[in-house]
Design a protein around this ligand. Structure first.
Ligand code: GLY
Length: 372
């Protein structure tokens, strides 16, 4: 293990400035980093049944060594638990633990844990501090940064939520070693999206010589090059940071992070959430770009480069979903504005535009993307 490679990325959003610390062998330093950020002495670790046995003790020991008293809320792993019942239980555990406004939640796990723990922190006593400790690649490059927190309702995903920027995001890429290769690969849907947003330099670094090559046939991700992973994760965090610092509450620029998501969410729902989020975003991006190329909006060579990159990571570029199912969901989408939709269109690598568009026109793009 090496403690040498780490990067500290400043995230100065309007509501709070914080750091994302990304590197290797960082988990044992959590207590030292959290201590100056929390006035009180009590912390609740929110985590799930998969992550707690792997990293819980190390994290709790590190926090205790910095003088915190620790309570733990462990819920059953899985997206199905990101609901109002688990959220309510979490709040009750916070109250029973005697957490005050000066205390904090430490969300240790993947996106479900971060979203739920963050939402509980955002609403307990009208808001207390949250520290995000993501352990999945998707959470490291996306959901732990930017302050979106939520739980799902029966009416849809992430429908109850709040913005709460964390006090710190600690990303120890060595925690990725225990992930299944399939889960790690899935996150490349979001990583490729970030490459498209950032421009040719990051996009080509992702597309050429995939960092996931050593995982062929592996049962876990321990064969990853963790120094390369740290560099890749940091680069992704910087892309997201640059967007959320400009537009914390998604009134404009942040909508570009939804690239590929409108179609991707429909694919995810049609698969009954059996297809991973990143895979659905990858397919959504591919369908969008093909359709946009057919309508003269995205140059064909750009679309070809994106499709090749998605294929290089073994992610889908097509989806077995009828166009009407996607359009229907689009009409019901919470991010729709009247009869228009904010389509996120790729002009070139590094040049992505939010284009308000009549739903019927967007529907034609989706149809073209599905049939080409
Ligand atoms: N995952 C998109 C965002 O945080 O805005």
């Amino acid at each position: 293990m090496s403690a040498s490679r780490r990067e500290v990325i400043d995230v100065p959003t309007a509501s709070r400035a914080y750091e994302v610390v990304c590197g290797r062998a960082l988990l044992d330093e959590l207590g030292t980093m959290v201590r100056p950020l929390v006035k009180g002495d009590s912390l609740l670790i929110v985590t799930d049944s998969h992550v707690w046995p792997l990293y819980g003790q190390r994290v709790a020991d590190s926090l205790r060594a910095s003088g915190f008293s620790i309570n733990v809320f462990v819920f059953e792993a899985g997206e199905a638990q990101k609901n109002l019942q688990t959220y309510a239980t979490c709040l009750e555990v916070m109250a029973q633990s005697g957490l005050t406004r000066d205390d904090a939640v430490v969300a240790l796990g993947g996106g479900v844990v971060g979203d739920l723990g963050g939402f509980a922190a955002a609403t307990y006593m009208r808001g207390i501090t949250v520290v995000q400790v993501p352990t999945s690649l998707l959470a490291m490059v996306d959901s732990s940064v930017g302050g979106k927190t939520a739980v799902d309702l029966q009416g849809g995903k992430n429908l109850a939520g709040a913005f709460l920027q964390p006090a710190l995001v600690l990303e120890d890429v060595e925690a990725l070693a225990t992930l299944s290769p399939a889960l790690l690969m899935d996150a490349f849907g979001e990583i490729i999206k970030h490459g498209v947003l950032a421009g040719p330099e990051l996009f080509n670094a992702i597309a050429e010589n995939p960092v996931t090559a050593p995982l062929m046939g592996a049962v876990d991700c321990s064969a990853l090059d963790f120094d390369r992973m740290a560099a890749l994760v940091s680069a992704n965090v910087r892309v997201k940071r640059d967007v959320v610092v400009e537009d914390e509450r998604e009134s404009g620029l942040r909508q570009t992070l939804n690239l590929g998501h409108t179609i991707g969410h429909a694919i995810e729902a049609a698969s009954n959430y059996t297809l991973g989020h990143g895979s659905c975003v990858a397919a959504g991006l591919a369908i969008l770009c093909r359709g946009a190329t057919a309508h003269g909006l995205t140059p064909a060579p750009v679309t070809r480069a994106i499709l090749r990159c998605i294929e290089a990571y073994g992610l889908p570029t097509h989806a077995n979903v009828p166009a009407d199912a996607i359009i229907e969901r689009l009409r019901a989408d919470k991010k729709r504005h009247g009869s228009t939709v904010n389509a996120v269109i790729v002009r070139f690598l590094g040049d992505v535009e939010v284009v308000p568009m009549d739903i019927d026109r967007f529907a034609e793009i989706v149809r073209a993307g599905l049939s080409s």
